[in-house]
Ligand binder design. Sequence first.
Ligand code: UDP
Ligand code: MG
Length: 317
Amino acid sequence: MISVVIPLFNEEDNLKLLHEKLTNVLTTLNQSYQIIFVDDGSTDGSAAILAELFEHDTTVQVIHFRRNFGKTAALTAGFRYSRGDIIITMDADLQDDPSEIPAMLAKLNEGYDLVAAWRHQRQDPLDKTWPSQLFNRAVSFFSGLPLHDFNCGFKIYRRVVTEQIPLYSDFHRFVPVLAAGQGFRVTELAVQHHPRQFGVSKYGLERTIRGLLDFINVLFMTTYLKHPLRLFGSSGLLMFALGSFIELYLASLWFLREWFMVTVGPIGTRPLFTVGILAMILGIQLVSTGLLGEMLRYFTFQPEQEYSINKILQRGE
Ligand code: UDP
Ligand code: MG
C-alpha cells in the first residue's frame, strides 16, 4: 500500500485540484493507496473542503491539529497514522506535480530507501531560491550527501525510514542526511516544479536562518553526538596546552630577571600574558563541555540506537 501524506496550512484553493490530480495518478498505479491530509491548524475554509473530500472518497483520511504546529509536526503525525509500506510526502500547494510519482516510485524500486525530488528549475521568487541554493550547497558539502535540493517537500520513503528517523525540531528537510547517516540508500530525481497559483507561501527568509542553525545541530547529531568529549576535548586540550606554554614562557622570563638579573621588561602587562590565560580558561571550558556532553549521552544512552539493521538471516525455533 502507498500512503500519500500532505501537510497543509490554509490551502483552501488548492485542495480540490490537488486531490483530483493525485487521484488521477494514483489510480493508474494498480496498487492500493490512501491519501492523508494533515491540517496543520488551518483557519480558512480548508477544513470544510477536507470534510467534503473525506465524504466522497474512501481513500482519504484527514487529521486536524488543534492549532498550527508546523510542517515537521504535521509530517510526523501523518507518518504515525499512515499504513503504507511506501510513503509519499508532498506539499498541498500544487507546486509539486503528482504526475512525477510513477517516475519517483520507479527510482525507489531501483533499490533505494528514499528518493528526494530535485526542483532543478525551481519556480519561486529569487529571494527564496537564492538562499535555498546556498543552503543546499552547504548541506551537501558538509554532509557529503550529493543532493541538490534538501528543502523540497516532495519525497518518497520506504516505511522503515519514517519509522527509524524521528523528526525532531524542524528536521523534515534533513531526513535525507539523517537517513544516509543510518546507512539507508538515498537518491534524488529531477522533477517539474510549478509556481504557486493559489494561496501564499508560509515561509520567508527566517526559515533559511533557522535552517542553518538546524543544520549545525544535525551535523553535530550525526557526526559528533556519539563522542562529544572527542570533539570538545581535543580542541580544549590543545587550547590548554597552548595557554600553559605561553604562561610557562612568561614565567621563565620572570625567573630570569629575578634570579639571574637578565634585563627583561615586566610580564604582567604584556598582551601575551592575557592571551595565555584566556587560552587556558577556554581549554578548561571546552573539556568540561565535552564531559557534560558525555554525561548527557551516558544517561540517555539507548543501545538499540547505536545501529540500524537491514535484515537478519535466522532460523526459527
Ligand atoms: N505548511 C504546513 N504548516 C506550516 C507551514 C506550511 O503544513 O506551518 C505546508 C503548506 O501548506 C504547504 C507546505 O507546508 O503544503 C509547504 O509550504 P509553502 O508552500 O508555504 O512553502 P514554500 O513552497 O513557499 O517553500
Ligand atoms: Mg510551496
